[in-house]
Design a protein around this ligand. Structure first.
Ligand code: THU
Length: 135
């Protein structure tokens, strides 16, 4: 398992400060490194209509795609939690859309906790385009 990418963790930590999380009070930051080398960041953006909120990972992916990058090679997510917070189910599928199974994912806490995993470990048995081959 590759070591955590310190630049990504720092970028996720910084963007987390901008999270709009007045309802959960749980701020999350995410950073992605694209195949181009560029780093993209996102934070959670909640809404008074609760289901309309978006996750930090989704924001970072949207920024990457909007900038013209299409593949991610490393991910970091950070929150102020007792243990490193894993991406929600929907975000696991979103990460798998743009990153290979072996892509390293660093889960961090604001007080220095780190867990290293991969997209494949986060989403075993993932739904993929191959499942639609008879369509
Ligand atoms: N959240 C994220 O942004 N990413 C995660 O990986 C876990 C959860 C957000 C969604 C919501 O704004 C808040 O954390 C509480 O669920």
């Amino acid at each position: 398992m590759p070591a955590a990418d310190p630049e990504l963790v720092a970028a996720a930590r910084a963007v987390r400060e901008n999270a709009h999380a007045p309802y959960s009070r749980f701020k999350v930051g995410a950073a992605l490194r694209a195949a181009s080398g560029r780093v993209y960041v996102g934070c959670n953006v909640e809404n008074v209509a609760y289901p309309e909120g978006t996750c930090a990972e989704a924001g970072a992916i949207a920024a990457m795609v909007a900038a013209g990058d299409t593949r991610l090679i490393a991910v970091a997510v950070i929150a102020d939690s007792p243990a490193p917070v894993p991406p929600c189910g929907g975000c696991r599928q979103k990460l798998a859309e743009f990153g290979a199974g072996e892509v390293p994912v660093t889960l961090a806490t604001t007080d220095g906790g780190l867990t290293q995993t991969t997209i494949a470990q986060l989403l075993p048995g993932q739904f993929s385009a191959a499942h639609m081959d008879r369509a």
